[in-house]
Design a protein around this ligand. Structure first.
Ligand code: ATP
Ligand code: IP8
Length: 262
């Protein structure tokens, strides 16, 4: 049951400039595009304007410092649950039997990294033909008390443990550029990132477009490079452009930035 893993970036399903603003139309379209996938599918989504502003306000990513963060952890998770409900609803409406999985109930996290995860239920869901939906979240952390696990780190862990056939990350730009394409007109799309050209590309990358507590685009690539080393190909594509995700889940390649070993 080797699944295809698709992440719907927070930049695509929410408006990162406005707190708790879901992009309903985009979500509906994306759910329809995902329905074109053949075979086992896992969907992961990011925090966008739901998880990030709350996590940032309470500095959850920095670990436990004071009692007020307890409410912060609770509120961050609740914000993510609300976004997740929109995602699951949309997938169901598109005919996909989606089911949410809560990260803090199955992952052991220490110092901001997933150390292990109970995946037997996820494997069984895939075997049955369901679509597990996971998301970046605020979680208890055995080292720091609490931390944030990004959807990107989660995708990489799942891909490794479930032996994914492929990983597709949908964002709101055409892939990875030499500079933030929203701020620099001279930014150029990088069609492929390898361990060899990564140090050069990494140097020029810009900051994320809103409060991002998990490191933005550079962190995304860093996580995906660890997968490439295991022979699992990953691609970052523009899911905000209608049809791109559908083509990718149908087997097309090279519509964005490929992360490979070269
Ligand atoms: P989330 O973490 O909430 O799931 P996401 O995965 O959709 O969000 P971001 O981490 O916000 O995506 O990354 C996408 C954003 O990164 C784009 O909107 C773009 O403006 C910004 N960005 C900054 N630097 C670059 C770059 N060098 N190449 C591509 N995008 C960049
Ligand atoms: O948006 C982080 O996941 P990401 C989720 O994939 C939270 O970085 C809770 C901020």
């Amino acid at each position: 049951m080797r699944p295809l893993i698709v992440k719907l970036g927070g930049s695509v399903i929410t408006d990162k400039r406005r707190k708790f603003a879901v992009k309903q139309a985009a979500l509906k379209r994306l759910a329809g595009e995902l329905a074109a996938a053949k075979g086992p599918l896992v969907v992961v989504h990011g925090g966008g304007s739901f998880g990030h502003p709350v996590a940032s306000r309470y500095n959850i990513a920095g670990g436990y410092e004071s009692e007020r963060q307890l409410m912060g952890l609770s509120l961050t998770h609740r914000a993510m649950e609300k976004l997740n409900a929109y995602v699951v609803d949309s997938l169901q409406k598109a005919g996909l039997p989606a089911i949410a999985i809560q990260l803090s109930a199955c992952a052991v996290v220490s110092d901001g990294r997933i150390r292990s995860m109970e995946l037997a239920p996820v494997r069984k869901l895939l075997e049955l033909g369901l679509v597990p939906v996971l998301y970046g979240d605020a979680v208890p952390d055995l080292g720091r008390g609490m931390s944030i696990i990004s959807g990107d780190q989660l995708v990489v862990h799942l891909a490794r443990e479930l032996g994914a056939t492929r990983v597709i990350l949908g964002v709101d730009v055409d892939g990875i550029y030499t500079l933030d394409p929203r701020k620099h007109r001279e930014a150029r799309l990088v069609p492929a990132i390898t361990p060899k050209n990564w140090p050069g590309v990494a140097k020029s990358l810009g900051a994320p477009g809103g409060p991002d507590v998990t490191g933005g685009i550079a962190n995304k690539v860093r996580e995906l490079l660890t997968l490439a080393e295991l022979g699992i190909e990953a691609e970052i594509v523009n899911a905000a452009r209608p049809g791109i995700l559908k083509r990718e889940v149908s087997g097309e390649r090279g519509l964005g930035t490929r992360i490979t070993t070269g």
